[in-house]
Design a protein around this ligand. Structure first.
Ligand code: FES
Length: 83
C-alpha cells in the first residue's frame, strides 16, 4: 500500500487517508458505520467487504451505487452516503 496521504471528501467532510485505502475502510475509520438506508428504513452498512453483498453502496464523484469496499481512495474523491 502506498504511504502517500490523500484527502477525500465524505459528505462534505475532509478526511485524510492513505492513497489506495478502500472507501469502505475510509468510511469506517471516519466513524461512519451505517451509510445507507434500506427501502423499509433499516440502516445498512458493509457486510462482506469483498464485493458480493452490495450493502456498501455509496455515490462516488457523482456516480451512484459504487461499492465502497472495492473502490480505492483517490485524491479529491467525493463520497456521498445516505443512498
Ligand atoms: S461490503 Fe459487500 S459488496 Fe461491499
Amino acid at each position: 500500500m502506498s504511504e502517500r496521504a490523500v484527502r477525500i471528501w465524505i459528505d462534505e467532510r475532509a478526511v485524510d487517508v492513505e492513497e489506495g485505502t478502500t472507501v469502505g475502510a475510509a468510511l469506517w475509520n471516519a466513524r461512519v458505520i451505517r451509510w445507507r438506508t434500506a427501502v423499509g428504513g433499516t440502516p445498512r452498512g458493509p457486510l462482506c467487504a469483498m464485493g458480493t453483498c452490495f450493502e456498501c453502496r455509496v455515490e462516488i464523484d457523482g456516480v451512484r451505487d459504487r461499492r465502497a469496499c472495492l473502490e480505492p481512495c483517490r485524491a479529491d474523491m467525493r463520497v456521498r452516503t445516505g443512498g
